[in-house]
Design a protein around this ligand. Structure first.
Ligand SMILES: Nc1ncnc2c1ncn2[C@@H]1O[C@H](COP(=O)(O)OP(=O)(O)OP(=O)(O)O)[C@@H](O)[C@H]1O
Length: 348
């Protein structure tokens, strides 16, 4: 397996003309077939380049803490979506764990690499007993998924978690977009104002965490609350009027620390949906603290429900409504989303 991974990485290096893909343990000359293979997928450009710098400093610690037990492979992304392919190939080559090093965008891509044609890659290639564990070293701007577990952007603490080797089965959200394409999310998928804010905030990442405020301000320009059609758990369509945002949570936080889906639990087997209706700009001024501490569910124009599947579409005549998942822009309504219960083992 270690040799296969080595072969894959050398191939990728040639195929993508990348200088960044490297095998840590190959350099150390210590790759062993008897040990498990852990692949670290690093986005060197995450958090304005901080991820790459922090990883460089962390590397000796990772080696000393994990190198005795595991073959440690490092693989740098060369651009958007590269982490999906790295992960998929690593799993096919038999990696025992794939660890995302970066923010929610990198984690999102790694999670998408766990699947192919609607099925887990591991299961497709090697049968239902095959397990590749997902890990996270949160080093992004927002790193919102880590907040659900109360984790900070502390790479040493994260390395310790991985060294302990405790894992838990977690759910993954599965989205079918307007063109029939498949996407997976681990944290929060959301629609309308928040998704538009996320779209703009990604263009302000050079401002660090302030990007979320700037993105939200930009999204308010031209924003209208809209009537949306919603179908829950395959029941009848229902129209929700003046929807400001609809958030589907597997994790609790988005937007750099907003506890938008406070009842979400990645191991519950359900998704939690929060629908904000008829919010005005001044509601965001006076109720913003509630969105951050999760107490907004007690507001009369906020509905929260637990479900297994949801379809959302525009009521006739409305324009393009933004959809994002894990802070990544996906496109526009309509969308269908369901939960894949306990489909990934995750280092906790
Ligand atoms: N080598 C690269 N060069 C440029 N962009 C990259 C590269 N590798 C990955 N990306 C893109 O960078 C985006 C952001 O990465 P990431 O999520 O790790 O950091 P962040 O945005 O700072 O953190 P967060 O999402 O937690 O706010 C991802 O969507 C990914 O597609």
């Amino acid at each position: 397996m270690a040799a296969a991974l080595q072969k894959h990485c050398v191939f990728s290096l040639r195929a993508e003309q990348s200088e960044t893909l490297d095998l840590l343990s190959d350099r150390a000359g210590s790759t062993s077939r008897s040990r498990k293979d852990f692949v670290f997928v690093i986005n060197p450009k995450g958090a304005n380049g901080r991820t790459g710098r922090e990883w460089k400093k962390l590397l000796p610690y990772v080696r000393s803490r994990l190198g005795q037990q595991y073959n440690v492979h490092e693989s740098f992304t060369s651009g958007p979506s590269h982490a999906v392919n790295i992960t998929r190939e690593a799993i096919r080559e038999g990696a025992d764990a794939v660890i995302a090093v970066g923010g929610d965008g990198t984690l999102h891509e790694v999670v998408n690499g766990f699947f192919w044609a609607g099925k887990p890659v591991c299961e497709l290639d090697k049968g239902s007993n095959c397990v590749t564990t997902l890990g996270l070293i949160p080093l992004g701007t927002g790193s919102d998924f880590a907040r659900t577990y109360g984790w900070k952007n502390d790479p040493h603490e994260a390395t310790e978690r991985i060294a302990k080797g405790l894992s838990s089965k977690i759910d993954i959200g599965f989205i079918t977009g307007s063109g029939g394409e498949h996407h997976y999310f681990i944290n929060v998928a959301d629609i309308h104002l928040s998704a538009k804010a996320g779209y703009y905030s990604s263009t302000y990442k050079t401002f660090g965490n302030l990007c979320y405020v700037l993105g939200a301000l930009r999204a308010f320009i031209g924003h209208h609350n809209l009537d949306l059609k919603i179908k829950v758990d395959e029941k009848d369509w229902k129209v929700y009027d003046k929807v400001t945002a609809l958030c589907i949570g597997n994790g609790k936080f988005f937007g750099g620390g907003m506890k938008i889906v406070p009842n979400a639990d990645p191991s519950s087997g359900n998704m939690e949906v929060v629908i904000l209706q008829d919010f005005k700009w001044y509601d965001f001024v006076f109720k913003l603290y509630k969105l951050y501490n999760g107490s907004h569910l007690s507001e009369p124009n906020v509905e929260s429900k637990s479900l297994k599947s949801i379809e959302v579409a525009v009521v006739e005549g409305e324009g393009d409504i933004y959809v994002q998942s894990d802070g990544e822009h996906l496109g526009f309504l309509p969308m269908k989303c369901s939960i894949l219960p306990g489909v990934i083992d995750f280092f906790v």
